[in-house]
Design a protein around this ligand. Structure first.
Ligand SMILES: CC(C)(COP(=O)(O)OP(=O)(O)OC[C@H]1O[C@@H](n2cnc3c(N)ncnc32)[C@H](O)[C@@H]1OP(=O)(O)O)[C@@H](O)C(=O)NCCC(=O)NCCS
Length: 194
């Protein structure tokens, strides 16, 4: 793949890209809470997300191969829970280890993130290592700069060596920690250059 990379293009996702975004999310972040709830719930999530938040996609060979979902006005996950409550309860009964995350997400937090945050970023497995992820971050910064935002945040599990390396390589520094369901997440921040 590396020797003959086809050209890549970066653009703002539209509703018609959501199916491809969801497929990449399901493949790349399979262990997270939302993918565990299934494709329908994840599709509803992105349909709500994209109304108020930009999603940058990268295309290669005319298909979406990666995306960065930028939370500027994060959606209230409780409305998603209400809409799909039957499916979610069935999933939680089958996968009781998800209860902690479900409760954590449903409880309103006092100290919500004040800066725009990369909610999700993923590149299809076979296209990784081609700097697409780093370029997606550069494009999210450009998008925020146009909106006069000064900082970008992202959270990742403290033990995930690869993602911690990826964010540090892209100029993020750890500015805090968040405890969630017996796991610790590094909060990374980056000042956006004008
Ligand atoms: C993180 C991710 C978006 C990076 O995309 P990418 O296009 O490979 O990124 P780049 O080519 O710009 O950078 C590659 C670097 O990312 C690191 N990396 C992070 N996660 C990786 C993963 N799951 N697989 C391979 N490399 C990964 C590599 O170590 C590499 O470092 P190096 O350049 O020093 O060798 C991509 O690996 C991915 O989709 N991972 C799965 C989803 C995920 O973990 N998202 C982040 C959640 S917090």
């Amino acid at each position: 793949m590396k020797d003959s990379n086809p050209p890549s293009s970066y653009l703002s996702a539209q509703k018609n890209h959501i199916n491809e975004i969801v497929d990449i999310h399901l493949e790349s972040l399979a262990d997270d809470f939302l993918p565990q709830l299934g494709k329908t719930v994840l599709t509803t999530y992105y349909n709500a997300f994209i109304v108020h938040n930009p999603i940058i996609i990268v295309k290669m060979e005319n298909k979406v191969v990666g995306f960065a979902a930028l939370g500027i006005h994060p959606i209230d996950i409780r409305s998603l829970f209400l809409r799909h409550y039957k499916q979610i309860i069935c999933t939680l009964l089958r996968k009781p280890f998800l209860w902690g995350q479900a409760v954590w997400l449903a409880v309103p937090r006092k100290h919500a993130t004040i800066y725009p945050e990369i909610q999700f970023i993923a590149v299809q497995k076979r296209y990784r290592g081609l700097s697409l992820g780093s370029n997606l971050i550069a494009h999210t910064q450009r998008c925020l700069s146009e909106r006069n935002q000064t900082y970008l945040q992202v959270k990742t599990h403290d033990t995930n060596t690869l993602t911690n390396h990826f964010y540090q390589k892209n100029g993020f520094v750890v500015t805090g920690k968040e405890k969630r369901c017996n796991k610790t997440f590094h909060i990374y921040s980056k000042k956006i250059d004008e």
